[in-house]
Each structure stands twice: as structure tokens, then as C-alpha cells.
Design a protein around this ligand. Sequence first.
Ligand code: SF4
Ligand code: SF4
Length: 308
Amino acid sequence: MRHLRKTLLANLKSRFVLMETARRIVQFFFLILLNSAIFGLSIIPLVLPILLSSGLPFRIAGEAISVLQKMIYDSLFPLLPLASVLLFGVLTGRALCGWICPMGLIQDILAVDKTKKFTISPEAHRSYIGLKYFILGLILLISTSLFLAQFSREGRVYRETLGLFAQAPFNPLNPSDTLFAVLPRLLSNLSISLYIGFEHLNITPLLIVRLIILIALLFLAAYVPRVWCRYLCPQGALLALVSRFSLLGLRRDIVRCIRVGCRLCEEKCPMKVPILKLPREKITDPECVYCLRCVAACPTKAIKPVFP
Ligand code: SF4
Ligand code: SF4
């Protein structure tokens, strides 16, 4: 009996590792593909609802949240980014968050050490989730109020007051931009400064704030899996509004689910989705990023992805 249990656990572990390795390969593949202008690939007219970092010089696709803000600023109806959110959200929920978004990949890598974990109570978790919708609301409020103000005499003053935050209020603080575009540029400038002197180095207060946000976030991500995606990402919030209606979902087979004393699926979920409390026929929770960790963790294979 003991031997059987040991073999079962070993099989389960190898299945889990295999699935996670496959996901990591896909995430790395898309990180390279989406930045493949470096290999001469031209920009494609595709807007994705993930954080791609608008400052990346080798990016070949657009990111919905940036395009949305810029189109509102230019007094255009943001049809393209909204269509992207709707299309991907309805078809695949937040699967792009789980499998493609570079910011998601970084957090997954940082959370790999299982000994480092902060415990967040379910009540605190539920209230923190609202933060990302608040941030999204704030971004939309600034963008649309500036759009409306442009029709009045105060428009110019308002725009000047917003300064760097006028065109795309989220972008100057976007940690994905800081990590993938600002930080490499800063490091390259630093290495040049070693030879020509530091007086050319432009360290602004905004840059310091950006770096503080990034460091805090990376530190937290090592202790709270997907902390940015769970609680703060406005792009994730936008997609979450649609993903509850997604064709892609998860199904939990109650005949196979041993439930009592198990909870392995919930324990492995980086987004803290209360899987066992959700309707078993189809789970399309707005927080689910379809990483399939719960599928791989289940010892009785009770959870399966379903479409539609
Ligand atoms: S929630 Fe935001 S950062 Fe996280 S994976 Fe989705 S788009 Fe990327
Ligand atoms: S419910 Fe499953 S697929 Fe969804 S985020 Fe959690 S572990 Fe991943």
C-alpha cells in the first residue's frame, strides 16, 4: 500500500513538472516571437490583451491597454483594443495571461521556490482583487476625462497638468515597461557612463519611482504567486471582465474528485481560484489564467479543460 502511494505521488509529481515545463517553453517561445523584430520580422497588425511593454523596440504586436489609452487620447473610438479583449476573452478567457504574457512568465519563475510563501487570508484576497479594477477605472477616468476636456478651454491646462501621464496614464508606471524596456536601457547607459562619465546619466524622480515599484513587485512575486496579475494588473482586469463568459473553461468530475482532505488543485492554483466552491460543470472564473496547474495536480484527473 505504501509502495503504491509512493508510485502514485511520483507519477503525479512528474506529470506536474512536465506540464509546467511545457508551459514555460511556450511562454519563452512567445517572449522571443513577440520580440522578433530583432530577427527582422515586421510588425503585425495584432493587438493582444497582455502586457507587452510598449517601449520595447523589437516588439511586433501591440498591447491592448496601451493602444486603448492612446486611441482615447487621439479622440478615436478604441475599437481595435476592445475587439481584441472581447475576442480573446470570449474564446480563451485569460489563457493568454497563463501562457503568453511576459510579465506572467517572470512572476512564475520568481515563485518557483515553494519554501518562500506569504499566506493571504481568503477575505484579504477577495478585497485585494478589487484593486486591479480600481486601477483600470482610474486609467479610464483619466483618459476619458482628458478626451472630454479637450472640447473645452481647460483642456490644454488639464493635459499639461497630467504631463507624462496624459497620453497613456498607465504607461509611465507600467512595471512591464520598466523591466523590459527602461531597465535594459538604464543598464546600457550605465555601462557607457563608466567610460564617458556619469554626468550624462538622466536619473529622474519618475525613474526612481518606477524602479522602486518594480523591485517591490519582483520581491513580492517571490512570496505571493502572480501577485501583479491577481491584484494589480489593469490589463488582466479588462480581460477578466469578459473572461467569465469564455468558451474555454474547466470541468470538475465529481465522481473522480475525492474532495474531502484533498484540495491539491486549490493549493497549486497561483490565482487562488476557489475551484471546489465553483459550479463543477464549467468553471470560468475571471481570475483563472488557465495555467492548468490544477489539472496537472489532481491525483484522480478529475479536472479537465473544456471548450466550449
Ligand atoms: S494579468 Fe497582466 S501581467 Fe498578468 S499575465 Fe495577464 S496581462 Fe500579463
Ligand atoms: S483554476 Fe487551475 S487553471 Fe485556473 S488559474 Fe487556478 S490552477 Fe490555473
